[in-house]
Design a protein around this ligand. Structure first.
Ligand code: NAD
Length: 500
């Protein structure tokens, strides 16, 4: 082991005291390169207390103070794109260009936060009653905890903390223990941008650290992104402890391809969205629903494209797809492919036998394509989170939408068609939070919110955008009278206040 990743609390590196560490692996080699400190409940308490103390000042800081820091932060992040992306590739395994894309989408939220001045504007109604004005303002909630998944170690934290701190909150981030280094660099750069100590803190760890955050009396709100079972648990536990919670969960994103679709565009989109980042994206397309006669041609073109994908280390510019996050996850993904035929699927491509020369111990798996997958099979029902694309065949648009709406997940979805009327109908009928029309990965821009329906999100708010600002603030309504004793003499009146 060459290095240790420490906590970041109060604007400085804080070494762990629990004595517990987790291994961080380079997925391309399988080698443990780093260890990460796991926080105890006491260490989490220290971070939350630091954030609570910082809130006393930051919560009242001027908007221009906050935006000045955020503009400097934006510039620093921009200058460190490569460095952040390299950390992501080293610990997550995704290829460098994909990691740069993640950083760019995270930066969008910092840019959104730079414009917090307009988003926090209040509302004023004058003369609601004689001599009475009413204004509505939004104020920060306090200490926000963010708990994030392995698959976007920079972007998902950036979905949360820039907006939270722009709104005047302080933040404790618990990034994934599988690839924790990018989060620490993000916090170091925030400090370099002039963010006061204690406003953004990073604690590492596993369930122990998460439970300590969910139950801590000084944590006001919890933003979570991860798998559905954990999201459900986070929402229930943090809600029971009186916190507001947004918990984004897993997904099984379907792409409906109508018979009139541009079949080449649909095949390009399916391959890009299914196999990019080795399928380890919550917005990956994992199920293509082919309507009618287009199915055979579509599968043939997907196969043709998928076979030509170059798989290798994320540091090699020739690689288009990297390894999976852990050896255990690789084995789990492979089991879905090897078990698919027995559950009725036609295995068009089986990627389980892949090895990468010179990297024999990496967590490699090749491209798999399963056709005529049954809706009651494991490969269809579960979120596989690997480079495995299931194709399902239906006869009609209605059958396709019914199949998709029966899924417990409702994160992203897409339709491929040339028929505007069908696309419009789909937008209204499909039960999912994000819809793409001839766009396979409809991740909203920063100024529209991101979130799913059903088991893909627990809570009332989507993340970032307008919903993010509302989640990280609470409303206050002020009713004001400045009476002129000459024309509004005061007097006792026990009646309920009426407007006149
Ligand atoms: P995960 O649920 O295993 O872990 C997410 C976070 O929760 C991590 O910080 C982890 O340390 C913590 N955690 C794990 N087990 C826990 C437990 N028992 N108690 C408390 N905390 C626990 O998810 P992952 O494997 O890191 O990420 C992949 C999952 O995240 C996929 O399901 C993917 O779809 C989902 N995801 C969803 C979105 C979205 O926007 N909906 C975005 C990215 C990833």
């Amino acid at each position: 082991m060459t290095r240790t990743v420490h906590h970041w609390i109060g604007g400085k590196t804080v070494e762990g005291t629990s004595g517990i560490y987790g291994p961080v692996t380079d997925p391309a080699t399988g080698a443990v390169t780093t260890r990460v400190a796991f926080a105890s409940a006491e260490e989490v308490d220290a971070a939350v207390t630091t954030a609570r103390d910082a809130f006393a000042t930051w919560g009242l800081s001027s908007l221009s103070t906050r935006t000045a820091v955020l503009f400097r932060y934006r510039a620093l992040l921009d200058g460190h794109r490569d460095e952040i992306a390299a950390l992501i590739t080293a610990e997550h395994g995704k290829v460098h260009s994909d990691a740069l894309g993640e950083v760019a989408r995270g930066l969008e939220i910092v840019e959104l936060a730079c414009g917090i001045t307009t988003q926090l504007r209040g509302e004023l109604s004058t003369q609601v009653s004689g001599g009475v004005d009413v204004s509505s303002i939004r104020q920060p909630v306090g200490v926000v905890a963010g708990i994030t998944p392995f698959n976007f170690p920079a972007m998902v934290p950036m979905w949360m903390f820039p907006l939270a701190i722009a709104c005047g909150n302080t933040f404790v981030l618990k990034p994934s223990e599988k690839d924790p280094s990018a989060a620490v660099l993000l916090a170091e750069l925030a400090a370099a941008a002039g963010l006061p100590d204690g406003v953004l803190n990073v604690v590492h760890g596993d369930r122990t650290a998460v439970e300590a955050l969910l139950t801590h009396p000084d944590v006001a709100a919890v933003s979570f992104v991860g798998s559905t079972p954990i999201a459900r648990h986070i929402h229930a536990t943090a809600s029971a402890h009186g916190k507001r919670v947004q918990a984004l969960g897993g997904a099984k994103n379907h792409m409906l391809v109508l018979p009139d679709a541009d079949v080449d565009a649909a095949a390009d989109a399916a391959v890009s969205a299914a196999y990019g980042s080795a399928g380890e994206r919550c917005m990956a397309i994992s199920a293509v629903v082919a309507v009618g006669a287009i199915g055979d041609d579509l599968v043939a073109r997907i196969k043709d494209r998928a076979e030509r994908i170059t798989i290798g280390p994320g540091t090699d510019p020739a690689s288009e797809m990297g390894p999976l996050i852990t050896a255990a996850h690789r084995a789990k993904v492979a089991a879905y492919v090897t078990g698919a035929a027995a559950q009725g699927a036609e295995v068009v491509l089986d990627g389980t036998g892949l090895t990468v020369e010179g990297h024999e111990d990496g967590h490699w798996i090749g491209i798999s394509l399963l056709d005529r997958v049954a809706t009651d099979s494991d490969a269809y029902r579960d979120e596989i989170f690997g480079p495995v694309l299931c194709v399902l065949r239906v006869d009609t648009y209605e059958e396709g939408v019914a199949l998709m709406n029966a899924s417990p997940y409702g994160n992203g979805t897409a339709i491929f068609t040339r028929d505007g009327g069908a696309a419009r109908r789909f937008q209204l009928e499909i039960q999912a939070g994000m819809v793409g029309v001839n766009v396979p990965i409809p991740v909203p821009v920063g100024y529209h919110s991101f979130g799913g329906w059903k088991d893909s999100l627990f809570g009332d708010h989507h993340i970032y955008g307008t919903d993010g600002v509302r989640f990280y603030t609470r409303g206050k309504v002020i009713t004001t009278r400045w009476p002129d004793p000459a024309d509004a003499p005061s007097g006792v009146d026990l009646g309920f206040p009426r407007n006149h």
